[in-house]
Design a protein around this ligand. Structure first.
Ligand code: ADP
Ligand code: 5GP
Length: 189
């Protein structure tokens, strides 16, 4: 019997909007959905683990991945490189799982061009002030890095119109529920 192939979902939005938090809640209730583990040249945060949160690699190794055409998309974000392995997409979908790519907007646009069946979802903050509060409150970046991440919000927002869906993450449970509904609806198509 042939297995049905899974569906690809791309989730983007400004840093600190709550993408990771929403996706974690969603995954707890959906064992059939996997989250792609990206490669990055950024240093791990204190509670991050190599091979779980990211594959933390050197710039040289990242350049090698690009040259060997191992990445379905990649982009520079705030001074570091981030990318999605082709193998992760192909293997996960072929095994019948749905897959979420939690990636920034330039990468999302690359996926949109390469894989038109992918469903793109943009997460918005209720306000810029609240975004600033969340990113600062997370306490994972220094002030300069926080400024850099917030400075690109307007550009990121401009790209949100290229997405299939937008969700405002005001109340966490409601935003997660909205994402769940979008995924269920798209799975029926
Ligand atoms: P991202 O993955 O988009 O960078 P995170 O998931 O790390 O963002 O969330 C950033 C911070 O905002 C975290 O401290 C998280 O607990 C908090 N947060 C997420 N969603 C909400 C929400 N709806 N209301 C208040 N705080 C939130
Ligand atoms: P962070 O450093 O906060 O983990 O991630 C910074 C940004 O990089 C976030 O917007 C996150 O979604 C994005 N990102 C994570 N992995 C990838 C990836 O594989 N490709 C791209 N293009 N962006 C990614």
């Amino acid at each position: 019997m042939q297995k049905t192939s899974g569906k690809l979902f791309v989730i983007s939005g400004p840093s600190g909007v709550g993408k990771g938090t929403i996706i974690h809640k969603l995954l707890e209730k959906n064992p059939n959905i996997k989250l792609s583990i990206s490669a990055t040249t950024r240093a791990p945060r204190p509670h991050e683990t190599d091979g779980v949160d990211y594959y933390f690699i050197s710039r040289d190794n990242f350049t090698k991945l690009i040259k060997e055409d191992k990445l379905a998309e990649w982009a520079e974000f705030s001074g570091n490189y981030y990318g999605t392995y082709y193998d992760t997409i192909n293997n996960t979908l072929q095994n019948g799982y749905d897959l979420i790519l939690e990636i920034e907007v330039k990468g999302a646009m690359q996926i949109k061009n390469k894989i038109p069946s992918a469903v793109l979802i943009f997460i918005l903050p209720p306000s810029f002030d609240e975004l600033q509060k969340r990113l600062t409150g997370r306490n994972t970046e220094k002030t300069e890095e926080i400024k850099q991440r917030l400075a690109i919000f307007e550009d990121e927002y401009a790209k949100s119109f290229e997405f299939n869906y937008k969700i405002t993450n005001d109340n966490l449970d409601e935003a997660t529920e909205e994402l769940q509904k979008i995924i269920s609806r798209e799975k029926q198509n």
